[in-house]
Design a protein around this ligand. Structure first.
Ligand code: HEM
Length: 402
C-alpha cells in the first residue's frame, strides 16, 4: 500500500482493497481520518468518530434520495427503502418494536436446544466428510435453518436463500455493475412472491405458527395502533432473512479462517474452551462481517479537526474502527483473551443489530463445538472471499479435519 492516500476513493476501490483492506485503513486513519471522496461524501476510520456518528440522533439512515439516484424505481429501491435499517423514526420505531418482541433474551434462549441439534448434525456430517468446504457444509447451514424457522420458510426454499441474499446485499456496495443490479432486482422480485404467499398463508392460519415464529409477531402485532402493510411486511421479512443469515454465515466462516491463520490461538481455545465468549468477540472484531456502514448528517457535525456540514454523507469504517490503535494494543494481532473489546461489529445507537444476541449464541455454539470436537484443523486448498467491500465473508473455505 502506497503511503500517499490523498487520491483514495471509496467509490472506486479495487480487488486489492476487498482482499485486504486493513493496511489501507491504517494509513487512512493515520493520515486522513475524515477522508473526502471525490463525490463529496466522507469515509471515517477512527473508532471514536464512528462511535460519535452511531450514537448521534442527528445521523439519519433514510436512503430514499441516495437509492433513488442509484437504483431508480425498481424492486431493489422498493426493498431497501422499506426495510427498517434504512429508515428513521417514526417508521423505524414501529417495525423495530414489532420485531423486538420476537428477539427477547427469553425467546432466544428457547432456540439454544434447536441450535445445539443442528450443530450436532453438522458435526456428524463433517466427521464423515473429513475434508470439505466449511462454508457450504457448515457455516451457511445453521443461520439459514434458524432464520428460516423464525420466518416459517419451507425447507425446499431454503437452499435459494443465500443466492438471493448475496444478490440483494451486493447491490449495497459502493460500486455496483449493471449485471449485479439486474441480479438484485430479480432476487427481490422472486423473493417477494414467496413472502407474499407465506404471509397470506399465515394470515389465514394464525394457529399454525410454531413457537418463536417472528412472522406471526410481525403480521398481527401493532405499535401505537399501527400495523404493517403487506408491502412493509414483505420487504422487512426479506431484510430479516438476509440480515439473519448472510452476516452470521460470514461470522462463523471468518472465525474458522482466523483460527486457521493463528494456530497458536486455535490451540489455546482447544485447551481452554471457556475462552469461547471472548474468542467470538475477537473474531467479530478482526474480521467484521459488515465492514462499512453509512449515515446522512441532518445537522453539522464536528469530527477530528473539521466541521462537516448538514447533508454530508458519511461512510463509517467498522473494520477501521475495530483495528484502531487508540483503542486496541497491537490491533492486527488476534488475541482470543482480549478484554475489554468494544468492537463495533453490531454498531450502536438506535439501529444496533437486533440479532446480535442470536448471532452470538449461534457463533458460540457453532465455533465452540467445532473446535472441541475436531482437534485438527488445516487448510485444504485456496479460500475465496465473496467479492464485496461492504460485507466480508468467504464464498468458499476448504478445510480438512483429518
Ligand atoms: C454476526 C452476525 C451479524 C452482524 C455482524 C450484524 C451486523 C449488523 C449491523 C452492523 C447492523 C446495523 C446496520 C446499520 O444501521 O447501519 C445490523 C442491523 C440489524 N441486524 Fe444484524 N448482524 C448480524 C446478525 C443478525 C441476525 C442473526 C439478525 C436477525 C435474526 C440480525 C438482524 C438485524 C436487524 C433486524 C437489523 C436492523 C436494526 C435496525 O435498523 O434497527 N442481524 N446488523
Amino acid at each position: 500500500m502506497s503511503s500517499d492516500i490523498s487520491d483514495f476513493d471509496l467509490l472506486a476501490i479495487g480487488p486489492g482493497f476487498i482482499e485486504n483492506p486493513y493496511p489501507t485503513l491504517h494509513v487512512l486513519r493515520a493520515q486522513s481520518p475524515v477522508h473526502e471522496n471525490p463525490d463529496g461524501s466522507v469515509f471515517i476510520t477512527r473508532h471514536a468518530d464512528c462511535l460519535k456518528v452511531y450514537q448521534s440522533r442527528d445521523m439519519l439512515s433514510d436512503k430514499k434520495e441516495e437509492f433513488g439516484r442509484k437504483f431508480g424505481q425498481c424492486p431493489l429501491y422498493e426493498h431497501h427503502t422499506t426495510s427498517l435499517v434504512f429508515n428513521d423514526p417514526p417508521y423505524h420505531t414501529v417495525v423495530r418494536k414489532l420485531l423486538a418482541s420476537a428477539f427477547t433474551p427469553r425467546k432466544l434462549a428457547e432456540f439454544e436446544p434447536l441450535i445445539e441439534d443442528i450443530v450436532t448434525r453438522l458435526l456428524d456430517r463433517a466427521e464423515d466428510l473429513g475434508e470439505f468446504d466449511f462454508i457450504e457444509h457448515f457455516a451457511k447451514v445453521l443461520p439459514t435453518e434458524i432464520i428460516s424457522f423464525m420466518l416459517g420458510i419451507p425447507e425446499d426454499l431454503r437452499p435459494k436463500l443465500r443466492g438471493y441474499s448475496l444478490s440483494i446485499l451486493g447491490a449495497l456496495d459502493p460500486e455496483v455493475p449493471a449485471d449485479r443490479l439486474k441480479a438484485g432486482n430479480e432476487a427481490v422480485a422472486e423473493f417477494a412472491v414467496i413472502l407474499d404467499e407465506l404471509i397470506n398463508h399465515r394470515r389465514a392460519n394464525p394457529d399454525g405458527a410454531k413457537q418463536g415464529e417472528v412472522l406471526e409477531a410481525l403480521i398481527f402485532g401493532e405499535h401505537d395502533g399501527r400495523t404493517l402493510t403487506q408491502e412493509e411486511l414483505i420487504q422487512n421479512c426479506i431484510f430479516l432473512l438476509n440480515a439473519g443469515h448472510e452476516t452470521t454465515t460470514s461470522f462463523v466462516g471468518n472465525s474458522i479462517a482466523v483460527l486457521l491463520d493463528a494456530p497458536g490461538q486455535h490451540s489455546l481455545l482447544r485447551e481452554d474452551p471457556t475462552l469461547i465468549d471472548t474468542a467470538i468477540e475477537e473474531f467479530l472484531r478482526v474480521e467484521s462481517p459488515l465492514q462499512i456502514g453509512n449515515r446522512l448528517a441532518s445537522t453539522d457535525i464536528e469530527l477530528v479537526d473539521r466541521t462537516l456540514p448538514k447533508g454530508t454523507y458519511i461512510h463509517t469504517s467498522i473494520a477501521g474502527a475495530n483495528r484502531d490503535p487508540a483503542v486496541y494494543d497491537d490491533p492486527d494481532r488476534v488475541d482470543i483473551t482480549r478484554k475489554p473489546n468494544p468492537h463495533l461489529a453490531f454498531v450502536t445507537g438506535i439501529h444496533v443489530c437486533l440479532g446480535a444476541t442470536l448471532a452470538r449464541i449461534e457463533g458460540r455454539i457453532a465455533v465452540g463445538r467445532f473446535v472441541e470436537r475436531f482437534p485438527k484443523l488445516q487448510s485444504a486448498g485456496p479460500k475465496s472471499l465473496v467479492p464485496l467491500a461492504r460485507f466480508r465473508g468467504y464464498a468458499s473455505l476448504p478445510i480438512s479435519i483429518r
